[in-house]
Design a protein around this ligand. Structure first.
Ligand code: NDP
Length: 246
């Protein structure tokens, strides 16, 4: 049975990969969706069409997560269009790799703006609308716990920041009955990290389960955390990583 009937969810970065799978899964659980995209309008519209074909409702909004004004506006449009906001999923993320000797300051800023600052900004805006039972779920990374190759310092830092941010937000919002959690995937087959990519064999060698995860597997975990059965989980960073960090 559907666990999110009557709920409204907002997903940062829902046009491709893990975010698109989350949008479709939450819609299947009965939620009404708004999600953002930046550079993939056609893919965003395809996600809307897939949700509608399955009998759901979704709204795609172009908003760059590094632009605090645009991001807040997208969240308030969603809350006003659908009359409420129950679930925020902070999925938008970028991966810039490079050794510290060569890493560009603009890549560092972009990494922190999209992967970290947007989580704070979106949470701040979303809780203006959330009631008791609200959910904030961020997509961090197993690289917060384990960064077993060179060139990932900025990315690992950005995902580690989500661990602390999740704990602090959980303390702020606990009295309001809003939970805040961080889902830390291992390698998942997407455009960001294709299972056919040059790093794939190395990554599989580092895992307890030597395979890539599927975006649906991450979406299923997010749907559980968004649902009523997960109401006692908060402030947690939860790995779904095939044993990458084991
Ligand atoms: P993809 O690159 O495949 O997709 C990224 C999605 O986020 C797209 O929908 C993209 O939209 C959107 N997006 C990117 N930048 C922005 C932005 N500035 N503002 C709004 N939306 C944005 O990534 P994945 O699906 O692989 O990753 C999703 C999340 O999961 C990220 O936070 C990533 O760090 C994390 N993760 C991924 C892992 C993996 O192995 N794939 C492992 C661990 C964590 P558009 O195309 O429209 O620009």
């Amino acid at each position: 049975h559907a666990t999110l009937t009557g709920k409204v969810a907002f997903v940062q970065g829902g046009s491709r990969g893990i975010g698109a799978a989350i949008v479709k899964r939450l819609a299947r659980e009965g939620a009404t969706l708004a999600f953002t995209y930046v550079s993939s309008p056609d893919k965003a519209q395809a996600v809307v069409a897939a949700v509608e074909a399955a009998g759901g409702r979704a709204l795609a909004i172009q908003a760059d997560s590094s632009d605090a004004v645009a991001l807040k506006q997208a969240i308030s449009i969603a809350a006003e269009t659908f009359g409420r906001l129950d679930i925020l999923v902070n999925n938008a993320g970028v991966l810039a790799l490079g050794s510290v000797e060569e890493f560009k300051l603009e890549d560092l800023d972009r990494t922190l703006d999209v992967n970290v600052r947007s989580v704070f900004v979106a949470s701040q805006e979303a809780v203006r609308f959330m009631q008791e039972g609200g959910r904030i779920i961020s997509i961090g990374s197993t690289n917060a716990d384990r960064m077993p190759f060179a060139g990932g310092a900025a990315y690992a830092m950005s995902k580690s920041a989500i661990v602390g941010l999740t704990k602090g937000l959980a303390r702020d919002l606990g009295p309001r009955g809003i939970t805040v959690n961080n889902v830390q995937p291992g390698p998942v087959d997407t455009d960001m990290n294709p299972a056919s990519g040059e790093f794939a064999e190395t990554l599989k060698g580092l895992m307890a389960l030597p395979r890539y995860g599927k975006d649906e597997e991450i979406a299923s975990f997010v749907a559980y955390l968004a649902g009523p059965e997960a109401g006692y989980i908060t402030g947690a960073s939860l790995s779904i990583d095939g044993g990458f960090s084991a």
